[in-house]
Design a protein around this ligand. Structure first.
Ligand code: TXA
Ligand code: MG
Length: 368
């Protein structure tokens, strides 16, 4: 984290947030990935408020956020003790992942302890946990001294927020929502999710900034794709054991403006496929690409928006760009298809779902 670019919330404000959580209220707070909408993981009524506020179906499980104790030597943190109230059967591989990546943008799914509330797991026998790295999230969690469930702080299916202002605009009119301001999120897309609950194999449920190769390089743990495992499982008839993940819905992270991807160098083809919406088009282009000579296309009023061709920088700005373009009243937004390769998997996943869900009919609050 770049602590110098993080606006500080005073401890009085954090204390008020802690009290709000203890009283069963919701607090939106920054993490290094996206802003979360937090509630006490031990309070069923508070958890229900999250689902109603977001408009999220109650069988979509939440991630429990835990504090990493403030130790000079992070290697000395006793994660086994900290996880004991939440998860059981921690494998040696799980500890290697935790020691390498927590606090950070990695969520792990474990078999749950019997005391973990069904309201937060959507009735599943597993629980997702992460320790976020953002200093404000850490301070909030340490002072709260408990688990905080926090989905991304957006209405169900919409673009996740990466600034405090984004959160406020998502929940405009809900006067009592407390939002801690930690500036812009550095990672910009949600955490990588790895399922460790089957005991033997680590399975990637949601791609993010931390990739399977990075995990293998730093821990020696091989992470399987769901597809790879399904093929294996098919013979054993165990496919239905795979967990439910709301991020696995085809439509998600979606703007209200129609959004489409275009293949490299084929922007004019993409434009001509949408003759009805050709009036005002925002065309996102890589900074590495020369200008697209859009003026060759007579009937389209298009404007180029330049984005980084580095996957991490692109990810950190993705939701910001989608939100800003969505506000600007374009008829169509075109994004370039991300290149092949694992470093782009997180971004490609979000963009594909955003395309699928985009358009006015996806809006539950069209006036925003
Ligand atoms: O980066 C993040 O993970 C952000 C920040 C706020 O921490 N949180 C986030 O939460 O993305 P949410 O609720 O928007 O997405 C959580 C994902 C969902 O797709 C959910 O289905 C999955 O985690 N999940 C939660 N518990 C699970 C479980 N027990 N098994 C499988 N997937 C689970
Ligand atoms: Mg979300």
């Amino acid at each position: 984290m770049s602590a110098d670019s993080t606006p500080l919330q005073s401890s009085a404000v954090i204390n008020e947030a802690v009290q709000t959580l203890r009283d069963g209220g919701l607090v939106a707070f920054p993490t290094e990935t996206v802003y979360g909408l937090g509630a006490d993981a031990k309070n069923p009524e508070a958890i229900k408020k999250i689902f109603t506020t977001k408009g999220r179906p109650s069988n979509h499980p939440l991630i429990v956020h835990l504090a990493a104790p403030d130790k000079f030597d992070q290697a000395q943190i006793d994660w086994v003790a900290l996880l004991a109230p939440w998860a059981r059967d921690l494998s040696e591989e799980a500890l290697r992942l935790i020691n390498a990546f927590w606090p950070g943008p990695l969520t792990l799914v474990f078999k749950k302890d019997k005391n973990v509330l069904n309201e937060l797991t959507g009735g599943q026998d597993t629980v997702a946990i992460r320790a976020p790295a953002h200093p404000i999230a850490q301070e909030l969690l340490r002072k709260f001294k408990g688990g905080v469930v926090a989905p991304s702080a957006n209405r169900f299916g919409k673009v996740s927020p990466t600034s405090a202002a984004d959160v406020r605009s998502e929940f405009e009119g809900m006067l009592d929502l407390m939002v801690l301001d930690g500036g812009d999120c550095e990672v910009g897309i949600e955490s990588t999710i790895i399922d460790l609950s089957s005991g033997d194999k680590a399975v990637l449920l949601r791609p993010g900034a931390i990739t399977p190769s990075e995990i293998f390089a730093r821990t020696g743990v091989k992470v399987y794709q769901v597809g790879e495992l399904q093929d294996n499982l098919e013979g054993h008839g165990a496919k239905e054991d795979l967990p439910r993940v709301s991020g696995s819905l085809k439509a998600h992270y979606a703007p209200t403006t129609p959004l489409r991807l275009y293949a490299s160098g084929r922007v004019l083809d993409a434009l001509s496929e949408y003759p009805d919406t050709k009036s005002q088009v925002a065309v996102v282009v890589w900074d590495s690409e020369s200008s697209l000579v859009l003026e060759d296309h007579p009937s389209i009023d298009a404007e180029e928006i330049i984005v980084s061709s580095d996957p991490n920088t692109f990810a950190s700005r993705l939701y910001r760009t989608l939100r800003d373009l969505d506000q600007q009243g374009w008829d169509l937004i075109l994004f370039p298809e991300p290149p092949a390769g694992e470093n782009w998997d997180g971004v490609r996943d979000r963009l594909q779902r955003a395309c699928f869900g985009s358009g006015p009919s996806s809006s539950s609050h069209a006036s925003n």
